[in-house]
Every structure is written in structure tokens, then in C-alpha cells.
Design a protein around this ligand. Structure first.
Ligand code: P71
Length: 468
């Protein structure tokens, strides 16, 4: 047997490790294959309907699944659970002002609460909302407020094999074409997400943010950021964009946000907490509207549906999330899994993005048409093989066109392996990689699924399937 080598040695460099150690552990349980055959059938072949106790390694989402630090847990003990004016709210406000740079903050229970508020206050029915690819809840709230989503992301975002550095960018020619067609007054705002979840966690460049800002100024249109993974986005700018290699991620994030009129946030991702969100803007009049609406749907404007302790954990999590060594190891772990899979020829979105590996189910199962739900099928197969839970991000997630009632047929038919922050180790990543490989080796035997129950809203959460 040749001498074993660490991963770093195999790559001809020194290995790196996470900038933290583990203080508390939570046992995992492995089930056997006959049990998983039953549990996946009972769950209608939908990973959202599995019980977590039947899951081994849970890569359903990186949302709310983060491990908090000892400081965050200590902060939880300082929760000021006053109905109004909680001290923790002011800590959160200060953290958002310092790191994201927005003046006025409205907390919400999570991202979609913030999406609801901003969509309702800024969209007039019939207006367009151009965005760099849709996100499920974002688009739904825009549509429920009467808006019409228009995809203005660069074309390469829809090509899993294009290795562009900034596949999340907005295509300004698409904005020009939209404005020529409908006029500036018919554009509610530009909805910019960084990174872009559904494109594979792909980043937006600083140059693009700056150019979109200039476009907005020229046409008097507002620009709002979905800041859910903007820290991860800042890491890619530091790594890839000329002029940013020597800047701190914290400073890059701040500059990026400076081009925005405001932002909404699902803090359950970047901010290293299990629950929370916010919307923040610079305009006082808009803030007043948001602050007024939040009391109807979420709670008073100094807690927005959260406990004081949740706001404290978020304030501390924000500061931890912008540390260079943390973010490098976070994205490094995602890349580690990506490198193994790439080496073995597994089809996926490249380059690997910030929060997940997105397997390309079209190339994984070339014999299945999109009507056989290849990405849903792949998630069900992975679960059967090893108890690993992934998420469909293809035709099921895309839902139906509200006008025609037909399926949206996204070019990207993906199965996402989202990596929770500070939760799993490199050994878990090895187990995941080997399971993906095992499922890939058996790909020819797979026949696809049929949808037998379809809910009205965000159907992917509760839809049920049967094997073909
Ligand atoms: C993710 C989630 C959570 C999720 C949401 C919907 C379907 C399945 C899973 C949530 C996001 C997000 C972006 C870019 C807003 C939200 C909503 N992502 N923007 O990826 O990724 O935030 O979940 O806190 O309401 O698993 P919320």
C-alpha cells in the first residue's frame, strides 16, 4: 500500500483546517436501506416530507441549520425580552449599520417576512421586477404584490458547464430591452441577489453592482439587494476581482451594499443563526412604511417576530460571518466536496459556488425527460443510497406560470447538496462524495417519478411523487 496522503499533500500544498473547534456534539443515526425504502415512499419521494430522524447527513439546506458559536449562545442568555425597545434590537441595528451600511432596520422572523414587506411597499400592481434569476419565495412575494418577474441574469448563468467567474451578474442589455419595452415607470425596482442561489450560489461582481447602480441612477429606478449570502459573495470578489485581493471581506461587503438603496435578508444563512431576518433601507419615508407594515404581519418594529435572544445571536453572528478566515474555510469545505466530485466526472454546476454543490440532473440522467423530474429523482436516489438528504432545484421548484398554468421549464435541472455552516467535517464530505458516486454508477437503472399531488403555492415543499 502506498503511504497515505492528506488532501493537502495530494495537492502539493499544506493542509488547512477550520478556525474553530467543537465544544458540543449531536449524535447522528444511520438507517438501513429497507427502512429508507419505506420512509422515502411514505414521504412521497419528497425530501421535504422526511422526518429528520430518518436522515443521516442533512444537506437539504444551509438555511437555519448553522452551528452557533459559544459567544452566540452566551448572547442568547442576555436576551432582553421586552415587548418594546429590546436592548438586543439596538445591538442588531448597530451590527447591520456597521457591516451592511444601511441606516434603518426592520427585523422580521426570516427572509420571506422581509420579502413580503418590501414587495408590498414598493411594487404597484402590473409593474415589472427585473431580477438576476428567480428565487422561489422572492418571486412569489413579488407576484402576490402584483409584480411581474423578469429574468435579467447573464445567459451563462443558465449553462452549468460555463466556468465564468461571475455567473450571477445582471445583463445590462436585458435591462435596456425591458425599459424600452415597458418604460421606467413600470419598473418597481431591480431585485439583485448576491450570491444567486438557483444559479448554483454564483457571485455578482463589484463592477456589475456599480454598473447596475449607474443604470438605476440614469433611469431613476431603485435597487434592492437580497443580502442572504452577500458575505459569501464578497469572498468571491476578494478572490476573483482585480483590485480586491488585499481588501477584507468586511470592507468588500460594505462597498457592495453601498450601491444599494436597501436590502432584505434571511439571516438563517450568512449570519450563522437558526432563525431571523430583516429589511433595511436608507430612505426615511420607505422605512416608515415598512415599520408600519411590520406590526401587521410580524410584530412590533423592535422585534419583528423574533425573541430578543434571537436578535442578539444574529448581531454576534453578523460580526463572526465577515471574518476572512471563517469565510475562507466555509467556502473551502464546499469546494473540497466539489473537487472530489469533479475529479470523478460527476456532472454539476461549475465553478462550484458558495453554499452548495448543485448536481446537474439533466446530464446525470440523460435518459429522463424533464417531465420525469430528474432532479427530484436524484434526491430520492441519494437518500435511498445513504440517508443523505438533498433538495430538488429544477422543474418542481420552478412551479407554474401564473398566467398560462403551464410548468415553468427552467434550463437548470439541479439537485442541491447544501452545506450547513460549521456543522459537518471533512469526513462527512467524503461519505457524501462516495454516495453521489454510487448513485452515479447506478444511473442507468433509474426510471424517474410521476407527480401525484401538487399544492397551489411553492409546490416543491409538499408535492408527492410515485416511481414510474
Ligand atoms: C434555501 C432557502 C430556504 C428555502 C426557501 C424556499 C424553499 C426551500 C428552501 C431561502 C432564501 C434564499 C434567498 C436567496 C430569500 C430566501 C427566503 N433559502 N432569498 O436556500 O436562499 O428566506 O427561508 O428565511 O424565508 O434553502 P427564508
Amino acid at each position: 500500500m502506498p503511504a497515505p496522503k492528506t488532501f493537502g499533500q495530494q495537492l502539493g500544498r499544506r493542509s488547512w483546517a477550520e478556525p474553530w473547534k467543537i465544544k458540543m456534539v449531536e449524535p447522528l443515526f444511520m438507517t438501513d436501506r429497507p427502512t429508507r425504502e419505506r420512509t422515502r415512499r411514505e414521504a412521497g419521494y419528497n425530501t421535504f416530507l422526511l422526518r429528520s430522524r430518518d436522515v443521516y447527513i442533512d444537506l437539504l439546506t444551509d438555511s437555519g441549520t448553522n452551528a452557533m458559536s459559544d459567544r452566540q449562545w452566551a448572547g442568547m442568555m442576555t436576551g432582553d425580552e421586552a415587548y418594546a425597545g429590546s436592548e438586543n434590537f439596538y445591538h442588531l441595528e448597530e451590527a447591520v449599520q456597521r457591516h451592511y451600511g444601511f441606516m434603518h432596520l426592520v427585523p422580521t422572523h426570516q427572509g420571506r417576512g422581509a420579502e413580503h414587506l418590501i414587495s408590498r411597499t414598493v411594487i404597484r400592481p402590473g409593474q415589472y421586477v427585473p431580477g438576476n434569476m428567480y428565487f422561489t419565495t422572492t418571486r412569489l412575494h413579488q407576484e402576490m404584490a402584483g409584480g411581474i418577474f423578469e429574468d435579467v441574469i447573464v445567459d451563462i448563468a443558465h449553462d452549468p458547464q460555463d466556468r465564468g467567474d461571475f455567473k450571477g451578474n445582471i445583463d445590462l442589455a436585458k435591462l435596456d430591452a425591458l425599459i424600452a419595452r415597458v418604460g421606467a415607470s413600470q419598473i418597481a425596482y431591480i431585485s439583485l441577489a448576491a450570491t444567486v442561489n438557483m444559479a448554483g450560489g454564483q457571485p455578482v461582481s463589484m463592477a456589475n453592482a456599480r454598473a447596475v447602480r449607474a443604470w438605476c441612477d440614469a433611469h431613476n429606478v431603485r435597487l434592492f439587494l437580497d443580502a442572504t449570502r452577500a458575505v459569501e459573495n464578497a469572498f468571491f470578489i476578494q478572490e476573483r476581482e482585480p483590485g480586491y485581493a488585499d481588501k477584507r471581506v468586511a470592507d468588500i461587503l460594505h462597498e457592495f451594499c453601498s450601491y444599494m438603496d436597501g436590502a432584505w435578508m434571511s439571516a438563517k444563512k450568512d449570519s450563522l443563526v437558526n432563525i431571523g431576518g430583516w429589511v433595511a433601507v436608507n430612505e426615511w419615508a420607505l422605512f416608515e412604511e415598512l415599520r408600519n407594515l411590520v406590526v401587521v404581519f410580524e410584530g412590533l418594529h423592535t422585534y419583528g417576530g423574533l425573541a430578543g435572544r434571537d436578535m442578539e445571536a444574529m448581531a454576534i453572528g453578523i460580526a463572526e460571518s465577515v471574518q476572512d478566515e471563517y469565510i475562507r474555510s466555509r467556502i473551502g469545505q464546499v469546494r473540497y466536496l466539489g473537487m472530489l466530485l469533479e475529479e470523478w466526472g460527476i456532472p454539476m454546476v461549475e465553478p462550484v459556488g458558495g453554499h452548495a454543490i448543485f448536481l446537474d440532473a439533466r446530464r446525470f440522467y440523460p435518459h429522463l425527460t424533464q417531465d420525469r423530474f430528474p432532479a427530484q429523482t436524484l434526491a430520492a436516489e441519494l437518500y435511498l443510497d445513504s440517508g443523505i438528504r438533498a433538495m430538488e432545484r429544477g422543474i418542481v421548484s420552478a412551479g407554474r406560470d401564473p398566467k398560462t398554468g403551464d410548468h415553468h421549464r427552467p434550463k437548470l435541472e439541479l439537485t442541491r447538496l447544501a452545506i450547513p455552516r460549521r456543522v459537518y467535517t471533512q469526513a462527512h464530505m467524503d461519505v457524501v462524495a462516495e454516495s453521489v458516486k454510487a448513485v452515479f454508477d447506478r444511473r442507468a437503472e433509474v426510471r424517474g417519478l410521476e407527480m401525484v399531488y401538487e399544492p397551489t403555492y411553492l409546490r416543491f415543499f409538499q408535492a408527492r411523487f410515485e416511481p414510474r
